[in-house]
Every structure is written in structure tokens, then in C-alpha cells.
Design a protein around this ligand. Sequence first.
Ligand code: SF4
Ligand code: SF4
Length: 247
Amino acid sequence: MLKTLYNRWEQGYRTNNYPKEKIELFPRYRGLPEIHKNASEEIAKKCASACPQDAIDAGAKVIDMGRCVFCGTCERLSKGEFVSFTGNFEISVSEKEHLITDGTLPSLADHARQHFKKLFGRSLQLRQVSAAGCNACEADLNVLATPFFDLARFGINFVASPRHADAIVVTGPISRNMRTALLKTYEATPSPKAVIAVGSCTITGGPFRGSAEITEGLDKLLPVDLFIPGCPPHPMTNLHALLSFFK
Ligand code: SF4
Ligand code: SF4
């Protein structure tokens, strides 16, 4: 017992104070991309053709964050002249088209489905569906239950059954084999319910785009309320999205 108390005292209080206090992520983290419009067309085209995700529109000078896997190739190639990644992890949106960005995003808190805040602001139960994800998106959701993030202090929990859930959180490219399971989970969740797409796989197919085995966008199957981009999205991105959308 004394050992446990000593250990508790030694560990101290580890939970972060976000969103009351800002959090700085490590310098190599790639968050919201900034597009420098005055970069030459030549360098923009070079970045677009090197992008493994076909996420850059060199003419409009925008990046589709729904496709982007944040590999940093465009930043490296242009030496930051065309694209540079900021440390801003608050990159989620409620409308898919907002993911196509030049570095500006609307405030997620002002989304059009404000009734969700009234319904689920104090208690939100989530059912996670891994629809053929690589486990990185899943792991970075899982980590929200650890002491540093302590998602439960906001009244948000992951539950075992869709019958107990207010929203489903989908990860992975939604393989042909997982489609029925996903749709059944959605059906089993009582209304009103929200649908959250996490990661580039779920939003656009991610690295699997073009394969006949996947869905290329959860919004083709279900009405998506919240899009959380990344490959995988940082846990702070997930936390910001849940708090801004539902609180
Ligand atoms: S960081 Fe995104 S936009 Fe840039 S090259 Fe990689 S996938 Fe393409
Ligand atoms: S978005 Fe990236 S991290 Fe997430 S499941 Fe797909 S490949 Fe894995």
C-alpha cells in the first residue's frame, strides 16, 4: 500500500490541461500545411507530380488533407517555398470540401449540427469500428484513454456495443469484407447518432486509393459528420475534434 502511495506521489499529476492550456507538439510533427501562393508554378507542379497521394492541385495551389498522408515530400522538395507544415494539430472539419485547403480552415466549433452539442455535450459514448485499418489510427485513438489525455474526464468513453453508443468512429479504408459489419454497426447504433471518419484511409482511401477492394470514402456509405485527417491523426487532433464538435 505504502509503495503504491509513494509511486503515485512520485508520478505526480500527468494529465495535460488542454484545451485550457495550449500544447506544443514536438518540432518534427507535421500539422496544418501552409501553401505559399507566391511560389513558382514550376515548383508547385514538381511537388504535385511527386505527391504519392495525388493530393496537390498545382493550379489552384491547394492540398487535399483528406488524401494527404503528411509524408513531407512536398515540403522537402520545395524547401518550404511552396508547402511548409505548421505545428497546428487542430485540423478537423465538419464538411469534406473544407479539407481542400491553402492553409486556412473554418472554425470547427461553428459547424452546422449544433444540436449534437446539446445532445452529447455532457456524455458521449463512442463505438470504434476498425474497417481494415493498419492499427495506427486505432492505436492513436486508444491512447486517448491513457492518463496524459484522460478522455473520460470530458465525459467521453469508448464502449463495447453500438447499442450503447451515440456515435461511431470509423478507421481504415473500409475493405469489401468489412463493409457489411460497418453498416450493421451503424444500423445497431440508436438515433440520433453521429458518424466520425478518422484518417485518410476512411476519408478517401488513403494509401489504398484506386484499389477495387476498398470504399474510397466513408461518405459514400454513410452521412459523415466529422472528418479527422491524418495518417494517423495525432491523438491531440482527435481530442481537439471531439471537444470542438461535441462540446
Ligand atoms: S505531405 Fe501530403 S501533399 Fe505533401 S507530398 Fe506528402 S502526401 Fe502529398
Ligand atoms: S490512415 Fe494511415 S494510419 Fe490510418 S489506417 Fe490508414 S494507413 Fe493506417
